[in-house]
Write a protein that binds this ligand. Structure first.
Ligand code: PLP
Length: 458
């Protein structure tokens, strides 16, 4: 039987969960054009759409919000955040940003030129989009194990070092203004990167004098995986592991909406003084002054406190344990998922769950709709609705490599009985899987269609 790790907190304030009937859900989802992004949250019982900005803050963070010093410049909350960034990550120069993509926008606008290549283990979609918006090329170089849903490699998020070196040799150092490493690697399932791989990536890039930046939004979850899985780190604390990771970086971007345990906020840090000056200038132009970066100062205080809370080992054991618990309950029922589960989500493998639905009828979306109808669970399709592309030469559709449904678990929000409910609903959907029908698109936008498209059941 799957073991559940006790929640290391008790509940002080509660928010009612909408409980709906099947008839109501049928109406809601039809009105939403069968697109879960169009559902109002009051129609959703368990919201697993994202782990980003959906965490519950602690009483200590809320108390910090009341201590917001809303000075335009030099607020004491900024100095507190500065102290935390220095202690935890070893960076003297940083700016706050309104969220992760704010940091990306600032960094890439000062570093990337049209035609430049930016390698990463795997770019998150906003990272890719911000590079492409400038005319750059975002290159994914994850190890092949990362793309195999049944491979149980402990660090499936790792960079493919040989491919990175080949890329540098092929395109030339002068065309690579920076390389990145996303920890954990969200796009392949929140899979961790080992410290050995981070160190080796740094050594390789240093030989070519290419700046190394970390996309650090799930840094604490990645540190915990290193502590649990990598030789030599079992007795190191999470802050010690974080210090070592960031000691290899020339800078980092961070969406604090994940392991910063806040509902809004981000960070951008860089060691090079010339680069940092350009970052500050661009920040003032687009985000805000350097001591607030588009945030209220109370948000800086919540972020400073949240960044530290996320390094608490008892919290991380519960957090990673909660994701593992749901994964194990599903595996006990024979339900196909991406293994091993990553740090922030469980991914259902819709190709194996619904083998009777062809990719042209979007099996992962069909499964997402079935989860909502059965139990009011909002998950998200990560498959061909999101990633299929038309071949410009032949007009043929190239479907996504994987058809996944992501159940992203917000931090400190749901309890064991919520996860048991989710497992039971998915078990019921699995028993009735042969009756699930595919989906067709009836309307789509030209870009990022998954957010707004409308569908019909086939
Ligand atoms: C790995 C990664 N990088 C960057 C971002 C962008 O952050 P934000 O949503 O705060 O703009 C995200 C958000 O999900 C992410 O997962």
């Amino acid at each position: 039987m799957a073991q559940y790790t006790f929640e290391p907190f008790k509940i002080k304030s509660v928010e009612a969960i909408p409980l709906t009937t099947r008839e109501e859900r049928e109406q809601w989802i039809a009105d939403a054009g069968y697109n879960i992004f169009r559902l109002p949250s009051r129609a959703v019982t368990i919201d697993f759409l994202t782990d980003s900005g959906t965490s519950a803050m602690s009483d200590h963070q809320w108390a910090g919000m009341l201590e917001g010093d809303e000075a335009y410049a030099g607020s004491h909350n900024y100095f507190h955040l500065q102290q935390v960034v220095r202690d935890l990550f070893g960076f003297e120069q940083f700016v706050p940003t309104h969220q992760g993509r704010g940091a990306e926008q600032v960094l890439f606008n000062v570093l990337v030129k049209p035609g430049n290549i930016v390698p990463n283990n795997t770019h998150f979609d906003t990272t890719r989009a911000n590079i492409e918006a400038i005319g750059g090329v975002a290159l994914d170089l994850v190890i092949p194990e990362g793309l195999d849903p049944t491979n149980r490699h402990p660090f499936k998020g790792n960079m493919h070092l040989a491919n990175l070196e080949q890329t540098i040799e092929r395109v030339g150092v002068e065309n690579i203004p920076l390389a990145m490493m996303t920890i954990t690697n969200n796009a392949v399932g929140g899979q961790p990167v080992s410290l050995a791989n981070i160190r080796a990536t740094k050594e390789l890039l240093a030989r070519y004098k290419i700046p190394f930046f970390i996309d650090a939004c799930r840094y604490a979850e990645n540190c915990y995986f290193i502590q649990q899985r990598e030789d030599g780190y079992r007795h190191k604390s999470i802050p010690e592991i974080a210090r070592e990771i960031f000691s290899y970086a020339d800078g980092f971007t961070m969406s604090a909406k994940k392991d910063g345990l806040v509902n809004i906020g981000g960070l951008l840090a860089a060691r090079d003084p010339g680069l940092f000056e350009k970052i500050q200038n661009r920040l003032i132009l687009t985000e805000g002054f350097i001591s607030y970066g588009g945030l209220a100062r109370r948000d800086l205080e919540a972020m400073a406190r949240g960044l530290l809370e996320a390094t608490d080992e008892k919290y991380l054991a519960y957090r990673i344990g909660q994701v593992r618990y749901l994964a194990e309950r599903l595996l006990e029922m024979g339900i196909p998922i991406v293994e091993p589960p990553g740090g922030h989500a469980v991914f259902l493998d819709a190709k194996r769950f619904l083998p009777h639905i062809p990719q042209s009828q979007f099996p992962a979306l069909a499964l997402t709709i079935a989860l909502y109808l059965e139990g009011g669970i909002r998950a998200v399709e990560i498959g061909s609705v999101m990633f299929a592309k038309q071949d410009p030469a032949t007009g043929e559709t190239r479907y996504a490599a994987l058809e996944l449904v992501r159940l992203a678990i917000p931090r400190r929000v749901y309890t064991q009985s919520h996860l048991d409910y989710v497992a039971e609903v998915i078990g019921e959907v699995y028993r009735q899987r042969e009756a699930i029908r595919g989906v067709k698109i009836v309307w789509e936008a030209p870009l990022l269609r998954h957010f707004t498209a409308k569908f019909e059941m086939v």
